[in-house]
Design a binder for this molecule. Sequence first.
Ligand SMILES: [Zn+2]
Length: 469
Amino acid sequence: MIEYHLGIDSTDSLKLGMCTTYLGARIIEALAGMGCEFERSPDLVRLNPNIPWKTRGNGAVCIRMMHAEGGAEEIMRVAQGLTDKLSVLEDEQANPGIALVTGSVPEELKDLYIKAVHEVVEIEYAISVGELCGALMKGYKNRRGLIGALSAIGAMDMPNWTWETMAYRDPYSRTRERMVDPSSIASLSLRYPSTFFNIDGSGKPLCIPHSPCPVMFGIRGTDAVDSLKAASEVACSGMERWVLWRTNQHTDAHIETVENIDYLKELSSVRMKGGVARRPSYHPGGHLSFSLEDGRNHTIDCWAYEPTKDFRKRLRGLIEGDVVEVWGGIRAEEDGMPACINLEKVLVIELVQLMKRTNPHCPECKGPTESMGRGQSLRCKACGFRNGTLHPVLRPVERDLCTGFIDPPEVAWRHLYRPSWLEFSKEPTKTPASFWGRGPLSPITGGMISVRSERSNREQGVKKRGLNA
Ligand SMILES: [Zn+2]
C-alpha cells in the first residue's frame, strides 16, 4: 500500500447547483469500494478569497488515501467518471480540475498552496508545477480548476485547521429549501461549545445554505468528534450522505502580516498596524470608511461595508490618533478609486485620551460656576463666590469604545475569517473511526462512530428506499 493524494476543484455552479465537496463525497465512496483506505479526513481547502473569478467559496478538496501500488490510473478513472457525471460543465464558471500525486506531497505543491491562498496563481504556472511534481492531471474547459486541485494537495501541513461535518441531500433536488428543523440547531452551540457558525444573533440558522446545491447543512467547529456529534443531532430528513472535512476555514490562512503600505499587494489579505489619520465617516449606501496611517506618513482607506451591520457602528467611535491593527483584503485600484483595505476585523490597541474643559463647582456651596469673560476667573452662579483663582479645568472624557477586538457579526464572515476568540486545539484530538458515511448520521456515542453503525446506516438507507418505492 502506498499513499495517494487526489485534488479536485471548480465543478460547481452558483445558479445550477452541485458542490465540489459533494463530488468529493461521491468519489470517496467509489474509492472505498475499490479498496482505498482513508487514515485521515479529507481536506476542504479555501483559497484566496479576493480572486474575482472564484465560484461560491473558492473551495477545493483533497482526498488522501492508501492504495495498492500502480493504482493511479484507476483512481483517476473513478474521479473523472464522477466529475463527467456530476459537475456542472454548462456553467461557464465551472472549469473542473483533477490532480493526483503518488507518494508523499512534494514541497513545490506545498509552496503552490501558500501562493494560491495569498496571491493570484496563473493556470499555466500551476500546471507547470504539477508537471514538475509528476502529478497526473485532467483539466476541463479552461482548466482553471487545476490551480485549486493542485493547491489542495499542497495543503497537507496547514498549521491550524477546523472541522466541518457536511450533510448532503439528493443532488437532483435543487430546491432552495432544506428539510431541516431549525429549532434543532438553536442549542447546538451551547451543548457543543467547540462548534460555531450555527445560528446568528437573531436565531437564524447560518449552517443551512439557500442555494440549489446538494449541501443540506454543515457544522463547523474546532473538535472533530463534537462537530460529528452535533451534526448527528440536527433534525432533518433526506440526508443522503455525510463527510467530516478537515479545513483551513476560519484560520486566517489568507492573512499576511505587513510592516507598512509599501508591502501591500493587490488582491492579497493583510494584517497591518497603524494610526487613525481620518476618523470613520458614513458614505452613500451605509458604507463606512476611515483612513489609516502606517507610521511612515502613507495612508490607505479602510472600508466596512453595509452588510457588515453592527461592525460599522462599533468602529464609528474611532478618532484621529487611535492605534489599531486591521485585518482585511486589498481591493485593487479601479475607476479612479485608489486601492483600499476591505476590513475583516480590527484590534483597537490604544485610544487617544480626549480632554474637555469644564468649570469646577463652587468651593463654598457646590453650585455651578460661570465665566466672567475672556481671561478672567470664574464666579459662582448660586452664591456669587469669587476668589480670583477659580479657573476651568481639563477633565478626561470617556470614549464610547474600548481596547480589544472588534469582530463583524457571523453573517459577514468569509470562509477563511478567523473570529478573534477562536482557539485552535494543539493537542491531538480524538480521531473518529470514520470520516464519511451513506444515509443519515446516526446518534454518536462515546465520541466514535463504529464501522458497524456505518453499515447499519447503509441498511437503513436501503430499507427506506424500499419503503419509498
Ligand atoms: Zn457658591
